[in-house]
Design a protein around this ligand. Structure first.
Ligand code: SF4
Length: 277
């Protein structure tokens, strides 16, 4: 039986099993965010981040576009004040074959019921290695009031990338694709800062990450685009692999934001850095 949830749910990670549409209060949106989960059956992701909040689960519920549209329309009709419609859920949304038509449906329903809301996709970026996903994201992000792409850039070095993603995706290739994306479409850099096995990102890693942010900003500027905004955040919820990854204090994030800003200023680059401890 389909279940439509209207009120914000408090711990969506524990409850999005089997659900497709879930309103939550989002600290980064600072308001009601309507999540779209393309994977109600089980987690699907190309990364295996040690801080990932998705606990293992398995259901018989499969995603259908009809059900998503019905539930999203129902939620937005009752919550036209929603700040955003966000593709995140139990994994990497670009892995789903439903991602492109679900995006089109979300924009249509946004325009009909909640015209002020943004449509966002939270992605680990690995999909950029696939030309079809790359093109979909460029196209959707470039349309008027288009997709807000929140792109994970957790590392500057191959070593920290492996520690943070535990994926086989070569970071050198991924970096090149992210850079190409920066030349073609707007996006937000989202970077998780946390302890891994008790250790913070090493100093060399932090400098390499700052260099990568500068590269991405320059790639955008070279095409007449605004440089990406940077979101720094830390672990805020329980994760199945606790205590492998642990949160860092707000002071660490603030110091990293200040260091990045200083480093960019020396290169004549100005961009917005927001901190979400
Ligand atoms: S990319 Fe996101 S969904 Fe995938 S493992 Fe990492 S935190 Fe979890």
């Amino acid at each position: 039986m389909d279940t439509m949830r209207i009120g914000p749910i408090e711990n969506h990670r524990a409850k999005e099993e089997g659900i497709l549409v879930y309103p939550v209060y989002s600290r980064r949106s600072q308001g009601l965010s309507v999540g779209i989960n393309l994977f109600p059956d089980q987690k699907h992701c190309s990364f295996d981040c040690p801080y990932c909040e998705i606990f293992p689960f398995k259901t018989n519920t499969l995603f259908t576009l009809d059900r998503m549209e019905r539930e999203l329309g129902g939620v937005l009709a009752r919550a036209p004040q929603a700040r955003d419609i966000s593709f995140s859920g139990s994994g990497e949304p670009t892995l789903s074959p439903f991602f492109p038509p679900a995006l089109d449906a979300a924009f249509r329903l946004r325009d009909e019921y909640a015209p002020e809301a943004e449509v966002a996709a939270i992605t680990n970026g690995a999909g950029l290695l696939d030309n079809r996903v790359f093109d979909t994201l460029v196209q959707q992000a470039s349309r008027p009031r288009g997709l807000r792409v929140w792109l994970k850039v957790d590392a500057g070095t191959e070593g920290w990338h492996r520690a943070m993603s535990r994926s086989a995706v070569p970071y050198s290739r991924l970096r090149e694709r992210i850079k190409a994306f920066a030349q073609q479409a707007p996006f937000i850099i989202q970077t998780m800062l946390c302890l891994i096995q008790g250790a913070p990102p090493p100093e060399a890693e932090r400098r390499a990450w700052e260099d990568l942010v500068a590269e991405l900003a320059l790639a955008a500027l070279s095409q007449g685009r605004a440089p990406p905004t940077v979101h720094l955040y830390s672990k805020a919820r329980p994760a199945p692999e606790d205590p492998l990854a642990q949160s860092l204090p707000a002071s660490f994030l603030a110091e990293q934001a200040a260091s990045l800003t200083r480093s960019l200023e020396k290169q004549g680059i100005s961009l917005t850095v927001l901190v979400f401890p």
